[in-house]
Structures are given as C-alpha cells and as structure tokens.
Ligand binder design. Structure first.
Ligand code: PMP
Length: 413
C-alpha cells in the first residue's frame, strides 16, 4: 500500500497491527539490556551426539532436549534416512490425501500399529497438528471437550479450532474432573483430553482413576503420551500402559519429535471407524506430508524402541540420579521424586531464572528456560530433560555445574 492510497483523513491514525507487540518487545529488550544471553535465541552451531553440542563456540552438555532415548544419531536410523532420501527424493510435494503418501508413510504407520498393538495409526506432520486435528475433528457442535487446565498449547489450540464446548478441570484432580463431567448433559458427546506426563513440571497424571471417571460419565478419552513414549510401561507405550488402562483409552496422540528423534505426529486407536479421520480432518488434509527421509527414520527408530530395554533402564537411572542430586543440594523441584525424564528446577522469578540459566550455559550446560504462559501458575523454571545416552560421568558433571551455578547465583546456600 502506498502512502498516496491512504485517504488524507486517516493519515497518522492508520492502525499498526504490530503495535500490540510493543509490550513484548520492551520486555525482551529490558532482558537483553541487563547483559544476559537471550535464552530464546540459542543456536546449536554443531551437534556432536544426542548429549553434546557446540553453543557459542563452547562444548556444551545438552540437558534440555526431548531426545529421551538418544535416537538421533542411531546408525540404523541415519542409514534409513539416507536410503529414503536417495530413493524417494527430498520431499513429497503434496497432501497425504493426494500425492503425498509414499511407501515409508505406510511403513511408519505399520510400525506404530505394531508398537502400540492397535488396529489404526494416522501420521500427521507434527504432534501439534495431531492434537489440533484430532481434537477439532472428534468433538463437533454440541459436544464437550473436558481438558486439564495445564494442557499443552496444542490441546488448547485444538479446542479453539473446533466448535465444541470447552470445560477445564483443575490440574490432575480426579475429583474436579468427576464434578465437571457430572454437570454436563448425560446424552451429549464428551471427549476427555489428558496427558500422561505434563511437560513443564514432569509430573504424571493419575490416568487410571481419571479414565475410570470418564468412562463412568460415558466420555471418550484421548491421552497425549508425547513425553512418555519409549520408556513408560512394559512396551514403552506410555503412562496409560504403565497404569493398566490400555483398554479404556480411545485415542493416543504422540510425536516423533521426542523419543523417536525426528519430527512428525500421530494418533493411534482401536476404534473401528478410525480411518474416517483421514477424510474429515483438516490439519491432516490441507498440508504437505512429511518428507520420505523423515518417515523412514521414524519407522526405523520406532521399531528399535520396541526392544530398547537397556536404554529405558539407563534413562530412568539418569533421571533418578539427577533428581536426587539436585534435591540434596536444596533446589526446589517440580516433583517429590523423579516421575518422568523431565526435572523442573523452580526459581523465584525471571531474573533469578535467567541468571541461573546463564551461569549454567557459561559452565557448559544447556537446559530449557521456561516461563509463563508455557508454565503453570506463573512459575519460572529451568527444565532439565534426561537422555538415555547421558553417561555417569556427564551426570556427575551436570550436578557439579548445578552446584556451583546455584551457589554463585544464591539460589542454594
Ligand atoms: N503434546 C505435548 C504434550 C507436547 O509437549 C508437545 C511438544 N512439546 C506436542 C504435543 C507437540 O509435538 P510436536 O513437537 O511434534 O509438534
């Protein structure tokens, strides 16, 4: 638009749609002016292994990735990606519904059916889109979505994308879920959306009790098992498997971006009409499918995760060691024990969180800095996520770095 196109009367009053970000821009500038590194602008200059990268020219231990099972450098996974890239090219140039379904999209869906022991699997371009698509497509006009207040943004956005009524219940409260379901019309369609592991504090849902309550009220259940795949339950299917409610969860949503070690999302289900989702789900239909190399690496990784018992053991032992080490030093943690591979170190405010984060980075340790609105109840935290490939020596170094950074910043005595 040329200035000449704007009527004279509107000159100077033309609303700038970008001005709504002024507060955010000022807050970020104030943070940078205090001389700290921007925690949201980190570049991995080199990635050496699932647990080591070069950041700002320095060798750094990674304790803030979702690479729980360390599959990103698995030689079989990498070889599968190379092969698919050579055989099928770099991309699909189309939707799954039209020209975008290649051999390895079929193969990865079969790997998911085998991994979860289910009849149906649908792959989306990301886990975010799997939640967006499944939630908005399953719950229609006049239906209800009942979700945990601390649900992931993709779950909230799935609710917004759809037309169902939304009801929130208090985080992990079986009682509140029961109460809110009890107030809804008995005949209405209901979808209860839960997560196995909540990604900010690393706490686990009482899925067994919640699923029983949902069933009592005639609701269907979707569980997002993004942060439990690979190491929860006898087959690594997730918290719902570990808590023995496999028969009662109707839909499982997951991602390739965490334990699987690539990118992509999915939903699996035993529902006999599950395939109909492909015909109706807009975030499945109106976007390009994943590149062949990505689905080939995912398929290989998922099959390897089925027997990765030793990795699971190492991941749990790393999580327990870091949790108990940090707790002994006096850090305030998100959970009493290591409930998952995520350990959240809770700080008092943004200044303390950034100081601590920066002290760790300068010592050679990367963790995630997390802040509202991603975090619950306005907390500032440093999120540590363990990897099966962290060595005992790295675990020792991680704890030592936390101790000196914690003392230098006054977070611990
Ligand atoms: N669900 C949960 C609980 C998540 O934490 C995330 C990502 N952090 C997603 C879904 C989205 O997964 P993806 O990265 O594949 O989009």
């Amino acid at each position: 638009l040329q200035t000449a196109d704007v009527p004279a009367a509107l000159e100077g009053t033309k609303p700038d749609l970008m001005s709504k970000f002024d507060g955010l821009i000022a807050e970020r500038q104030a943070l940078l002016d205090s001389g700290v590194t921007d925690p949201f602008a980190i570049v991995m200059e080199q990635v050496k292994s699932p647990t080591e990268a070069v950041i700002k020219g320095r060798d750094t231990i990674l304790l803030g990735t979702y690479n729980y099972m360390g599959m990103t450098f698995d030689p079989d996974v990498i070889a599968a990606g190379h092969k698919a890239l050579d055989q099928f090219g770099s991309g699909t140039n189309g939707s799954r519904m039209l020209n975008g379904t290649f051999r390895d999209h079929m193969e990865v869906e079969q790997a998911l059916r085998d991994f979860y022991g289910v009849s149906g699997a649908i792959v989306f371009s990301t886990g975010y889109m799997a939640n967006l698509g499944m939630i908005s497509t399953l719950a229609g006009k006049g239906d209800y979505i009942i979700l945990d207040a601390d649900s992931h943004a993709s779950i909230y956005d799935g609710c917004k994308q759809g037309v169902a009524e939304i009801v929130r219940f208090r985080h992990n409260s079986v009682e509140d879920l029961d109460k809110r379901l009890g107030r809804l019309p008995a005949e209405a369609g209901k979808l209860v959306v839960l997560e196995g592991v909540y990604s900010m504090l690393g706490d686990v849902a009482p899925l067994k009790e919640m699923v029983a309550v949902a069933k009592k009220h005639g609701a269907m259940v979707l569980s997002d098992e993004a942060h439990s795949m690979g190491f929860y339950g006898p087959n690594g299917r997730g918290v719902y498997e570990a808590q023995g409610c496999e028969g009662d969860v109707d839909f499982i949503v997951g991602t390739f971006s965490k334990s699987v070690g690539t990118v992509g999302g999915f939903c699996v289900s035993n529902h006999p009409k599950f395939e109909a989702i492909r015909l109706a789900c807009r975030p499945y239909i109106f976007t390009a499918s994943l590149p062949p190399s990505v689905v080939a690496t995912a398929a290989t990784s998922i099959r390897k995760l089925m027997t990765a018992h030793e990795k699971r053991e190492r991941l749990w032992s790393n999580a327990r060691a870091v949790h108990s080490g940090l707790k002994e030093m006096g850090f305030k943690l998100g959970t009493e024990t290591a409930e998952s591979a995520i350990i959240a170190v809770i700080l008092t405010d943004q200044v303390q969180a950034v100081m601590m984060w920066q002290a760790l980075l300068e010592a050679g340790l990367y963790v995630n800095m997390a802040r509202p609105p991603a975090t619950p109840a306005g907390t500032f935290l440093l999120r540590c996520s363990l990897c099966a490939e962290h060595t005992p020596e790295q675990v020792e170094r991680i704890l030592a770095m936390f101790k000196s950074a914690g003392q230098a910043t006054g977070v611990i005595g």
